[in-house]
Design a protein around this ligand. Structure first.
Ligand code: KG4
Ligand code: ZN
Length: 349
């Protein structure tokens, strides 16, 4: 049995978890977890403000570690290793979590595991479903990331697709902003879309049919804005039309990626947008067509959390993959360092 303390602070969630690396079920594996969302602090600005985020992490993290250990009924002594997100993300926040992890590791004489936040998302489906084996095809869609990865083994990731502009969650958030639905926007757009008619507003599907599997959502977002500005459309119809166009793009890109990927055991979705029920339903069809099982983790594991960091730590712990106490925090940290740059792409991690 390996007990791992996981710490996450790379964006606007402060989270701590204790993971039992050898438990058999999801419930048994996550011994305790706490999460504090900063949504309220960022809402007036319509997006995450890095300075506010870093300060908020500082305020709550240390007491949250103590409270989570208390929930787990253990002290730091019982922990086998400390796993903290070391990037990619907002560097101020990442440093708060990583430095806290280093201090705990040093004080308790425990190994430190510097976890890539994207690896946390990529491996979290294995925490939810212990039968999920490597290799699998992963659709990773969140506010900051939009990638299709062939997850071959721990630490062995081939990036098949990325976005050349916005991430999918970012497109949901911007659409929410256009429609005046507040921040964070994904869940609000999904709720509103339920009452709308997706066919009422024609919207573009960027890169649909393109031979490369990459994503683009900036043009879709601009089209939503132009359609909204005409004042002719019901916001619910716009939300539904946006969501349908975005999903159509994802399905088309995934079908191309499946052709480019090696053999995989399952189609897996992770990241905050994986919480979207319409997307989950649509992905099932792609998986069925490909003869693959669809693995979609429970919602609390899809959005940012510390259980996924603790779990990635547990997988690394099992292989003895530890990091020195002077390991650096990294604002950018691609999972596949060999991935070729994509023409037109920005600087997303
Ligand atoms: O993984 P996550 O918590 O943070 C990042 O690492 O980015 O993902 C947050 C993103 C936000 O863009 C949010 O709007 C989106 O996930 N999201 C959703 C839904 N729930 C969260 N997007 C669409 N539908 C949802 N139900
Ligand atoms: Zn994330």
């Amino acid at each position: 049995m390996a007990l791992i303390l996981g710490i996450e602070s790379s964006c606007d969630e402060t989270a701590v978890a204790v993971i039992d690396g050898l438990g058999a079920t999801y419930g048994a594996r996550v011994v305790a977890q706490r999460i504090a969302s900063q949504d309220a602090a960022h809402r007036p600005y319509g997006g995450v403000v890095p300075e506010i985020a870093a300060r908020a992490h500082v305020e709550v993290l240390a007491p949250m570690v103590a409270a989570t250990l208390h929930d787990a009924g253990i002290t730091l002594e019982a922990i086998d290793a400390i796993a903290a997100t070391a990037g990619p993300g907002l560097i101020g926040g990442v440093m708060v979590g990583l430095v806290t992890g280093k201090a705990l590791a040093m004080a308790a004489g425990k190994p430190l595991i510097a976890v890539n936040h994207l690896e946390g998302h990529a491996l979290s489906p294995r925490l939810a479903d212990p039968t999920l084996v490597y290799p699998y095809l992963l659709l990773l869609v969140s506010g900051g990331h939009c990638q299709i990865l062939e997850v071959r083994a721990l630490g062995d990731y081939r990036r098949i697709a990325t976005t050349i502009d916005d991430a999918l969650g970012e497109a949901f958030d911007k659409t929410a902003k256009i429609l005046g639905l507040g921040y964070p926007g994904g869940p609000a757009v999904e709720r509103m879309a339920r009452d709308g008619n997706a066919r009422a507003v024609p919207l573009p599907r960027p890169l649909l049919g393109s031979a490369e599997p990459h994503f683009s959502f900036a043009g879709l977002k601009s089209a939503v804005m132009r359609a909204h500005e005409t004042g002719l459309h019901d916001p619910a119809d716009l939300a539904a039309a946006f969501q349908q166009a975005a999903i159509d793009c994802v399905l088309d890109r995934l079908r191309v990626a499946l052709r480019l990927s090696g053999p995989v055991s399952a189609l897996v979705v992770a990241g905050g947008v994986a919480a979207n029920q319409a997307l989950r339903g649509a992905l099932q069809a792609v998986a069925d067509d490909a003869g693959l099982r669809l693995v979609a983790p429970p919602l609390p594991l899809c959005t940012d959390n510390a259980a996924m960091i603790g779990w990635a730590g547990a997988e690394r712990y099992a292989l003895g993959l530890f990091d020195p106490l002077d390991v650096a925090a990294r604002p950018r940290w691609p999972l596949d360092a060999n991935a070729a740059p994509v023409r037109g792409a920005g600087v997303k991690a």
